[in-house]
Ligand binder design. Structure first.
Ligand code: URA
Length: 433
């Protein structure tokens, strides 16, 4: 069938067959379909949508466009977690070793940060010596031995998604539920894991602005993941304000270690317990309540911290720097930022804080930018805190003096004050199973 006819079918809302969808994805990946036709196809999908079966076919085709990792030797114990992207989101560094310390197999491929959101690979690379690329054999053997390995996305995995995503990025076709679902779940299927926990964020720092908006792709990903033979659940979580107090790569690693040692911020600990419990509940087929008890015990006993150090050092990370986090290094310059008024902090806009951190050098405006592992922000005050003019709101860290003014401006714009204490909002709004 000609690409012209496939585009016409989608434009008219006529259903595509599995073969038509597979042929479209494989031909485009091989370079046999020009970008202008693929763009028209994507725009037609964006405007007309796809049915659940069509989205499942697209997801499988993306997964089948390259290598598939075989984790079948680990039975049903493999579990992965995917975040839709946030600010200060260092949860993978905490939940992955918790789950591994409880017998789950975490064979994880993570991404880099872009724009105001951070990425796990950048955080891990801020640990001196940590290696984010392992051969397939090393990866599997580490998962077998320790229950955990975390690397960057392999080039051969879901190549269709790389090409399609790059095209979506420049054709205004990113915000389509079937395209988001098939992109994320296609990569997850290719990575071979049986159980998948999705952290779908909403709020100022997230792609989706309200819980209702976040539920739409979350429900779609759970449905399609199940249709493709996986156990999937999705947490709908608040990203109106950054998670924890640290934003920026090595600062976030230090904070993750604090949580694993029992002294980290309460919001971060809470979301990690709920996320890890969901992972353990799926992989070990136990109730959420039982999983919460196990996860809390793994954190409080130090078992998860021990697993974290085993994992990081196995991948070349400096074990001394995990014990004495000063050795993770720090930025040369800092600036404290103070409140100009009295009141309660009504909101701390996560996107603006992410942009402030980006301005300091902690993130990438475009994929080729080089990040500064030690740049970032430590927040002193967050939503709900009482402050008086002159109180310290945050400290900015950088290695280049010229970056501080813009970062300070962005940070101050992120803080909104009110006379009354804002109502506390739950971090996890819903769980879709
Ligand atoms: N993240 C992805 O990997 N794909 C999307 O389509 C959106 C977010």
């Amino acid at each position: 069938m000609k690409m012209y006819d496939i585009i016409t079918k989608v434009k008219r809302g006529e259903p595509l067959t599995r073969e038509e969808i597979r042929e479209t994805v494989f031909s485009y990946t091989r370079g046999d379909i020009p970008d202008y036709q693929a763009s028209a196809f994507l725009m037609a999908v964006c405007l007309r949508g796809l049915s659940d079966p069509e989205t499942a076919y697209l997801t499988e085709a993306i997964a089948d466009s390259g290598d598939r990792l075989d984790l079948s030797m680990f039975g049903n114990l493999t579990v992965d977690k995917h975040s839709s992207g946030g600010v200060g989101d260092k949860t993978t560094l905490i939940v992955a070793p918790i789950a591994a310390s409880l017998g789950c197999k975490v064979a994880k491929m993570s991404g880099r940060g872009l724009g105001h959101t951070g990425g796990t690979v950048d955080k891990l690379e801020s640990i001196p010596g940590y290696c984010t690329s392992l051969s397939a054999n090393e990866f599997i053997s580490q998962v077998d031995r320790l229950g955990i390995a975390v690397v960057g996305q392999s080039e051969g995995l879901a190549p269709a998604d790389k090409k399609l995503y790059a095209l979506r990025d420049v054709t205004a076709t990113v915000d389509s539920v079937p395209l988001i679902t098939s992109s994320i779940m296609g990569k997850k299927l290719a990575s071979g894991t049986k159980n998948i926990v999705l952290d779908v964020k909403f709020g100022s720092g997230a792609f989706m602005k309200t819980p209702e908006d976040a539920e739409i792709p979350a429900k779609s990903m759970v449905t399609i993941g199940k249709a493709c033979g996986r156990r999937v659940s999705a947490l709908i979580t608040d990203m109106d304000t950054p998670l924890g107090l640290a934003v920026g790569n090595s600062l976030e690693v230090k904070e993750a270690i604090d949580v694993l040692r029992g002294v980290g911020p309460e919001d971060l600990r809470e979301i990690c317990i709920l996320t890890a419990a969901e992972m353990v509940s799926l992989a070990k087929n136990i109730s959420s309540d039982d999983a919460i008890v196990l996860v809390t015990e793994a954190l409080d006993s130090g078992k998860a911290y021990t697993k974290f150090t085993e994992w990081i050092t196995a991948q070349g990370g400096d074990g001394e720097a995990l014990k004495n986090t000063e050795l993770l290094g720090k930025a040369k310059i800092y600036r404290e930022v103070y409140a100009n008024e009295d009141g309660y902090i009504h909101s701390t806009d996560a996107e603006l804080i992410g942009l402030s951190s980006l301005a300091l050098g902690a993130g990438r405006a475009k994929k080729s930018d080089i990040i500064d592992p030690h740049a970032g922000i430590m927040l002193n005050k967050k939503r709900g805190d009482r402050v008086y003019a002159g109180d310290r709101l945050a400290t900015l860290f950088a290695n280049d003096e010229s970056k501080l003014d813009e970062a300070e401006n962005l940070l101050l714009r992120a803080y909104r004050f009110s006379e009354c204490k804002p109502e506390k909002q739950p971090l996890v709004r819903d769980v879709i199973r």
